[in-house]
Design a protein around this ligand. Sequence first.
Ligand SMILES: NC(=O)c1ccc[n+]([C@@H]2O[C@H](COP(=O)([O-])OP(=O)(O)OC[C@H]3O[C@@H](n4cnc5c(N)ncnc54)[C@H](O)[C@@H]3O)[C@@H](O)[C@H]2O)c1
Length: 353
Amino acid sequence: MSDKVKIGIIGVGTIGSVHANNYAKVANAEVVALCDILPDRLAEKAKTHNVAKTYADYNALLADPEIDAVSVCVPNDMHAPIAIAALNAGKHVMLEKPMTLSAELGKQILAARDAAGKQLQMGMVWRQNPKARLVKEVIENGRLGNIYQIRVKLIRRRGIPGLGGWFTTKAKSGGGGLIDIAVHFLDLVMYLADKWEPTKVSAKTYSKFGNPINDYHYVSMWAGPPKADGVFDVDDYAAGFVRFGTETTLSFEVAWACNAEDESYVEILGDKGGIKMDVEGDPILSTEYDNRIADIVLKYDNKNENFAEELRMFCDAVQGKGEVPATGEQGVVAMRLLDAIYKSSELNCEVDV
Ligand SMILES: NC(=O)c1ccc[n+]([C@@H]2O[C@H](COP(=O)([O-])OP(=O)(O)OC[C@H]3O[C@@H](n4cnc5c(N)ncnc54)[C@H](O)[C@@H]3O)[C@@H](O)[C@H]2O)c1
């Protein structure tokens, strides 16, 4: 292998471009090929990112011997087939979130990784956020003591992405706000608290705002505008309670849309301290100091190079210089949790994860 990992990006929509822009900041990476089923977009992105080779079919890209590794940046339903084909073709895989549509498919990706002996990294980019790294450090330094409760809140007042398109079509996305955005913070808190064994879930998902499409009122839309003749058959709100054995619990609330103000944070409570990481502002450690109740505001350097850092770690792992920061095994745990949340909602009772 040369001193640079030769990358192919499969899917050059919004996040495929983010990968291209951020691989450009990684010293040991070179994007050598792009792939997309939309020819005009592919040509435009090849020009923007100055990439010579383009492929309309991902199988053709995977047959290119120059390519060491791929970023899989396609809609969720194509994650498993493309990741498995890439591993079978001997490529390392950087797989965007969510891992796939179910834990069963996640296990198939893992089996392909093990058979290929290649690297597989989950696109859990929040772990590389400087604020999250600081919180991880505080927890590892023992400032929280024994962790017993975790809170996740991810509320968008009106934030359904690409209404009517693949994001809101269950067959393509696997679900709504839960699988799209909650997956980031559910992974993040399991990572921060180092709790990877969810055992039981009681949850409910709702779908209140996307139908009919023309009645959805909003200020701005990621991946818009809405497609009036499109599909909305996914969740736009979910709430639930997760047990990790008998000593730790997690409550979550996530909304792509609801009648409440925007609010996004994770909070982890221990017997020595509690830490709140709001998407806005500095993390706050609630604790005691000299027998007094104290709040410590944690200052940090917000360089916010999350994606570049994530991709740098991937390339280092490919070159044997480090470990992938988010593993396929952890991806499967997140998928098991999501499967259980949807199942609990459907059955209206607590279920095993
Ligand atoms: N990490 C993050 O914060 C983050 C943010 C946004 C999206 N994502 C994830 O990235 C993935 C893509 O999301 P997006 O917002 O970029 O979507 P997008 O619709 O903007 O882009 C997807 C691209 O994939 C292409 N595509 C579809 N099927 C293909 C195939 N078979 N072969 C090649 N190309 C194909 C589409 O033509 C499109 O250009 C999703 O899984 C999403 O969840 C992650």
